[in-house]
Ligand binder design. Sequence first.
Ligand code: KG4
Ligand code: ZN
Length: 330
Amino acid sequence: MYVLGVETSCDETSVSVVKDGNIVLSNQVLSQIDIHQNYGGVVPEIASREHVKGVTYVFDQAIKKAGIAFKDIDLIAVTKGPGLIGSLLIGINAAKVISMNYNIPIIGVHHISGHIYANYIDHGMNFPLLALVVSGGHTELILMKEHFDFNKLGETQDDAVGEAYDKVARILDLGYPGGPAVDQLAKEGKDSLHFPRPMIHSDDYHFSFSGLKSHVINTHHNMKQRGEDICKEDFARSFQEAVTDVLVEKTIKAKNEFKVKEVIVAGGVAANSGLRQKLNERIKDVPVYFPKMAYCTDNAAMIAAAGYFQYKKHGEYDDLYINGYSRLNL
Ligand code: KG4
Ligand code: ZN
């Protein structure tokens, strides 16, 4: 079964062809990062316009690279949310045009189910499993007992972990997107600032990162005011150690309670080297899987993979009234 994936929820225009849920024939990604860097973050209006400019080209490239024709596609899977509404609608409308023109069924896919299914592409899935979802907009622990069955155990009560990374990067003048830059600097720093580990021992699976973020900002501000030397590497390392300690501790607690067969990590922050290392060091009794780098950040291959399993589970298509949603429950 050939699935055409379409993802335009934020600042990447991506189209992919995936066969049977895990054979990636093409995964074209047109990134707008260079443009948004000038503004220190994603500007929604500009993102929509850039999607309009690039979307036809990316569709064409994805089909060409896959070596098939539109008429060979069995299903179109498009991200319906959550995300920037203007951006989502560009992908959805482009997908509708192809659906109508070639008479191909279409389904709307939740962006986070895509991040989770990025793991299926290279490792498959062995249930029950625990998914740690860490992206720019989400921080969640999800228990899956079978395909397309998402049981949310806990989530952030305020900022997402990627959001906190981006904010800390801004304080340290590292540009956008901040996560990769903080990750890189952290490798050369020491955990010398002893930042708090919020909710690390709370009796639930929730998270909170806004207090930690404020603590980092205040420490930076106070040191600057006192004229003290600021070692960016140590700031990055101390922040990363605090964040990853909390994520790893809660993941282990859930892994033990629910006796899962594997742990998978999903979303942009799954690319983080400190998180990868700490999870691998601390979890030895079950496998821990991460998507390969190209499938960690936003891409359409993961949406096609999720769409394949969503269809297999529910056997339902959407109609051409399918809409985009800036907020959407998994
Ligand atoms: O999943 P994603 O591409 O978009 C959303 O769905 O939100 O995640 C983007 C987030 C950004 O906050 C970015 O700074 C963060 O993932 N990120 C990282 C790393 N690479 C990307 N955070 C920490 N370390 C990284 N290596
Ligand atoms: Zn994402």
